[in-house]
Write a protein that binds this ligand. Structure first.
Ligand code: SF4
Length: 489
């Protein structure tokens, strides 16, 4: 049996053919020299890799080197590797003698099945259509040939604002216990910082699983105690509770610690055997077998240049306060709290990412490619394949709608409805002009005004554009937002 080279995001048992298969693991320092990572993300990657090496013991050759190339020069035997997760890494392994590249693992639908489905379709490749295909293809949440509950998506039932008392009645997710490996990682990162490798964000206790055992424990706890509340509060934001009922398993899937199909089947079992509410179960399944897989597949199916799409002509670079996660420089309560969440935990859930961070960047006209890099390096679950679709396609509308029917841009009213932020803010979500004009509300109109000729016309946008034409103060709002520029709001 050939030795299997596992990248640091291919760490679970489902990346091996046999429990005793010989393994190669490589820790490359150059990865951290090349780009500035969040300190907690660097910690998680190193901790997961070193934990896997410790688990495998003599079964694994574990090499620490500056680059992959340097490490590989020490290995004489033939190797095989599962399809890596970035174009750069794929090109690299394909260019190596002695290395056989195998099909990808760690996703529900194969690249070949996605390509066959996509090639058959005419028009846009929407997530909803792929999700339906994947449910049918893998037989998930079906009653006969029909979707359980009669509809493919029950999302409409999952849009509750946060509870008024600021507390969701679910047990907190279990946190991993750090061990000697984490202590060693922390000491190494301290030393690397002294040597000049730069990280951002605060160090903190490791909050995300570094082993398959930890990831499975978190999944079990989620399915038993938190899944029921996940659906209704999926989109809610609370300043007092960053986790709400989210599974916090995205980094575990993306490190390859947890097989996504195991989570999908577990959620379906919770519905069929334990009576978990279908809207919550369906919402969780859609995130994994639908959205996560869709993002993975579009990264490979669309051309490489998709990553740098910038069809709205966004020209501003990310400002320093944003790059450095300087939440204290920001007055706007929502943005300050979310940025502090990234700084302190390297994680916030998908709505703060989309409707606070992404929305703010889109309104300001910041370069999408820089934002892909920012999300990639600042989040524990960030990878190029994850952030290309989520940022370029979804949040920044930089490809003019290959994934979405309209830009995900919104004013303060949305944030006010879905969070507890606005009550304690110096801005007023209803105001677009003046000292206390909400930067999101004002930015919304300024964005639409700036891009009205670039955004393709459709029925959903037509009404909004008409509404904008009736605003007597539009020019003043646009001028105000120009003055505000990229200063912290
Ligand atoms: Fe955010 Fe505007 Fe609400 Fe303040 S008023 S919290 S800036 S949405």
């Amino acid at each position: 049996m050939s030795r299997r080279w596992l990248f640091a995001d291919q760490l679970g048992p489902h990346f091996l053919d046999d429990r005793r298969q010989p393994v190669l693991l490589i820790e490359s320092k150059a990865v951290f020299r090349r780009r500035v990572h969040h300190r907690q993300k660097a910690h998680l990657i190193l901790s997961a890799l070193r934990h896997r090496a410790a688990e495998l013991g003599d079964q694994a050759v574990f090499l620490r080197a500056e680059t992959y190339g340097q490490a590989l020069r020490k290995v004489r035997e033939p190797l095989e590797v599962c399809h890596p997760t970035s174009r750069r890494a794929l090109d690299f392994v394909r260019g190596l003698d002695r290395v056989t590249v195998l099909p990808e693992r760690g996703y529900v639908t194969s690249l070949a099945d996605f390509a066959e489905w996509a090639d058959r379709r005419r028009g846009a490749l929407r997530m909803e259509a792929f999700y339906r295909f994947a449910r049918e293809h893998h037989g998930v949440l079906l009653d006969g040939g029909d979707p359980a509950g009669g509809r493919w998506s029950l999302d409409i039932e999952n849009r509750e604002p946060p509870p008024k008392d600021g507390k969701l009645d679910v047990p907190a997710p279990p946190m991993p216990k750090e061990d000697d490996i984490d202590a060693e990682v922390r000491a190494d990162l301290d030393r690397w910082e002294r040597e000049g490798i730069r990280f951002v964000g605060r160090d903190g206790p490791r909050r995300f699983p570094a082993t398959t055992k930890e990831a499975k424990a978190r999944l079990r706890h989620f399915l038993r105690h938190r899944l029921a509340a996940f659906g209704p509060y999926d989109d809610a934001m609370l300043s007092t509770d960053p986790w709400l009922a989210h599974s916090m398993l995205s980094s575990s899937f993306n490190l390859g610690l947890l097989d996504p199909m195991e989570a999908v089947r577990g959620a379906e079992r919770a519905y069929r055997r334990e009576g978990a509410p279908l809207p919550s179960v369906e919402g969780f399944v859609r995130q994994i077998l639908g959205w996560r897989d869709y993002i993975w597949h579009t990264y490979w199916y669309f051309e490489a240049g998709w990553r740098t799409s910038n069809e709205l002509g966004a020209r501003r670079s990310l400002p320093g306060w944003w790059n450095d996660l300087d939440a204290d420089a920001v007055d706007a309560h929502c943005l300050s709290d979310v940025l502090a969440g990234v700084r302190d935990r390297a994680w916030v859930h998908h709505i703060p990412r989309l409707m606070v961070l992404g929305n703010y960047a889109l309104q300001r006209g910041w370069r999408p490619a820089e934002l892909v890099e920012w999300f990639h390096t600042r989040f524990v679950d960030g990878y190029e394949w994850v952030m290309t679709g989520n940022v370029v396609g979804m949040s920044q509308y930089a490809d003019l709608g290959r994934m979405t029917t309209k830009p995900y841009v919104g004013g303060g009213a949305y944030i006010n409805r879905m969070s507890d932020y606005c009550g304690g803010c110096r801005y007023d979500p209803r105001k677009r002009l003046g000292e206390d004009a909400c930067p999101f509300t004002a930015g919304y109109w300024a964005f639409l005004s700036r891009n009205r000729d670039r955004i393709p016309g459709n029925a959903r946008m037509a009404r909004t554009m008409k509404q904008m034409d009736r605003l007597a103060d539009l020019d003043a709002v646009v001028a105000q937002e120009k003055r505000r520029g990229s200063d912290p709001p």
